[in-house]
Design a protein around this ligand. Structure first.
Ligand SMILES: [Ca+2]
Length: 308
């Protein structure tokens, strides 16, 4: 049996989801069993297409990609989602006429069930979008719960404000993080399982902004094609207030010792003005949150991985 950590990725097609996928592909200790695209922070067709092209570029064309058919409750702003079209059209991803990375015929949720059933040992789910596909797969086949080693998840905001802004989403109090807000009901369903959850909440991602200086550093690596693609993706989001959300969460898989975790008792608020909040509540569901990371280490780690 492979000594490598088995990982199934479930991302939602945002700019940092592609970067997280690229980072995962550079980790020698990981065996990536597939990538599922949940249709949240994207338009799903270009997101699936871009994901397959990225795997082609990173010598990952043996890794299947599946399109999740789940639907959320509160759509992501279209200004974020349209980045999926831009990334899919970047020249560096369009140097070949055909895509080699296979698109699986079944839905992402069915694919998740199948991969977990067939895995020779428990699999880590690396989730950088909403938990809807995971919750749906667990509904289809509850027995797969024992095949999930843990869920490493970018999501939630514990002791800091959320990022669902009041002026974009009237009636909300600003406490929710988008991956929860898209479908808080599914997040709450995953909270009801016994699966170990390691969250990468806004509390820690607020420490790793994507700065102009950092993006220019990527360029000066002059390493093609990977750092070039990473730099182009980050350049696209420079006008926004952007953080290395999904990338920080994913870097954990290769370097758990670089992070300090902290246990919290939490609940997911599923309705009302705090819908999508991950609230710290005594007696709530125990989760681990990434609490501390050496910021300078993180930036140099991703620069190094993308220059390989
Ligand atoms: Ca994401």
């Amino acid at each position: 049996m492979s000594q490598k950590q088995l990982v199934l990725m479930d991302h939602d097609g945002g700019v940092d989801d592609y970067l997280a996928t690229m980072l995962l592909m550079t980790m020698d200790q990981i065996e990536l069993l597939g990538v599922i695209v949940t249709p949240a922070d994207c338009y799903v067709q270009p997101a699936v297409s871009a994901t397959r092209k990225i795997l082609d570029l990173m010598s990952g064309s043996h890794i299947p990609v599946a399109e999740s058919q789940v639907r959320g409750i509160n759509p992501f702003p279209y200004l974020y989602r349209r980045d999926s079209f831009v990334v899919d059209h970047l020249p560096i991803l369009n140097q070949n006429d055909t895509i080699r990375t296979p698109l699986v015929a079944e839905s992402g949720e069915d694919f998740m069930v199948q991969v977990l059933r067939e895995a020779p040992k428990p699999v880590t789910l690396m989730v950088t979008g909403p938990l809807t596909t995971v919750a749906t797969a667990l509904k289809i086949a509850p027995e797969i719960e024992t095949k999930i080693a843990k869920i490493v998840w970018m999501g939630g905001a514990l002791n800091v404000p959320g990022n669902v802004e009041k002026n974009w989403e009237p009636g909300q109090d600003g406490s929710a993080e988008w991956n929860v807000y898209w479908d808080a009901i599914s997040a709450a369903q995953v909270w009801q399982t016994q699966i170990e959850i390691i969250m990468c909440p806004l509390d820690i991602t607020n420490n790793v902004p994507v700065t102009s200086e950092f993006v220019q550093k990527i360029g000066r690596q002059r390493h093609y094609p990977i750092s070039d693609l990473a730099g182009q993706c980050y350049a696209l989001v420079i006008p926004q207030d952007y953080y290395a959300w999904d990338v920080l969460a994913t870097a954990y898989l290769g370097n758990p010792d670089a992070y300090q975790l902290r246990e919290w008792e939490t609940e997911i608020i599923t309705s009302g003005s705090s819908q999508g909040r991950t609230k710290v509540v005594s007696g709530g569901r125990k989760i681990y949150a990434m609490d501390q990371v050496d910021k300078e280490w993180f930036y140099s780690y991703i620069l190094q991985q993308w220059s390989r």
